[in-house]
Design a protein around this ligand. Structure first.
Ligand SMILES: [Zn+2]
Length: 259
């Protein structure tokens, strides 16, 4: 199999040999993607592709680009700049770099934390995109919450009660790291990844302990700009309360898959 994917030494050092090999052997290769530089479609099986790792203080986002656009590299960004990073790498053209009629590609930022609801600690994930999410095929206003409500997420107006379980969805944890949030496949098929970590996310021992005790994770989602990266769980809780009060929070409980 031809190696069409470039993983530079510094990207390899960040993601680890194992993940690099999975990418290179195709087990975890991106297939088709939107180039993080020129924003037109690319296909890692058809053309040389660069891996580009955006690294913030707590999270890292792996993105892909045509090798003819930019080389494989690590880009250090402040956590709150992770959103702008995909744009800044295009050479500072800002929003003008997004061709008209083509929605900006958003990635989902995921934060884990323990959230106190009704006197009990619940392992939670907070999902916030880096850019507005429009309905597929449109460039309309942000419809992230509407799309999730259509999938069965509940609107949250305050955090006085844990959300209901959402059938068919689950949170995949493996060897203590968060790998994916799974949703039901189309036409009754198996589960597919709604969100997948390019680099498995470390969770705290406390989070893992509570999650394996309850076998359940609460997944909160808010539109871009609602939560931000919060360095402490009490600040995360404050941000969730505020998003809920502003009608900008949805949630669902999901069973834990894995350990
Ligand atoms: Zn490109």
């Amino acid at each position: 199999m031809p190696r069409m994917l470039d993983v530079s030494e510094d990207v390899r050092a960040e993601i680890g040999d194992e993940e690099a090999e999975r990418l290179l052997t195709g087990d975890n290769s991106p297939g088709s993607y939107d180039c993080t530089s020129c924003r037109t479609p690319g296909d890692s099986e058809q053309e040389r592709t660069s891996t580009v790792l955006f690294v913030g203080e707590e999270t890292a986002v792996l993105a892909f680009a045509h090798a003819s656009c930019i080389p494989s590299q690590v880009v250090q960004v402040a956590e709150d700049q992770l959103q702008g990073a995909v744009r800044s790498i295009t050479g500072g053209e800002g929003d003008a770099a997004t061709p008209s009629g083509r929605p900006e590609q958003a990635v989902l930022g995921v934060t884990s934390g323990l959230v106190l609801i009704d006197g009990a600690l619940h392992p939670a994930l907070v999902v916030e995109p880096t850019a507005p999410i429009a309905r597929p095929g449109t460039t309309g206003p942000d419809q992230f919450l509407e799309l999730l409500v259509e999938q069965g997420f509940q609107s949250v107006h305050d955090l006085s009660a844990a959300p209901e379980a959402l059938p068919g969805w689950s949170v995949l944890l493996a060897m203590g790291k968060l790998h994916a949030v799974l949703q039901p496949g189309a036409n009754g098929g198996g589960q597919v990844a709604w969100w997948q970590a390019h680099q498995p996310l470390q969770v705290t021992e406390g989070w893992r302990a509570e999650a394996s005790k309850s076998s359940r994770v609460l997944v909160f989602a808010a539109p871009v700009g609602s939560i931000g990266q919060q360095p402490r769980e009490d600040l995360l809780r404050d941000a969730l309360d505020k998003a809920a009060a502003n009608g900008r929070l949805v949630a669902a409980a999901m069973p834990l898959a894995g350990t």
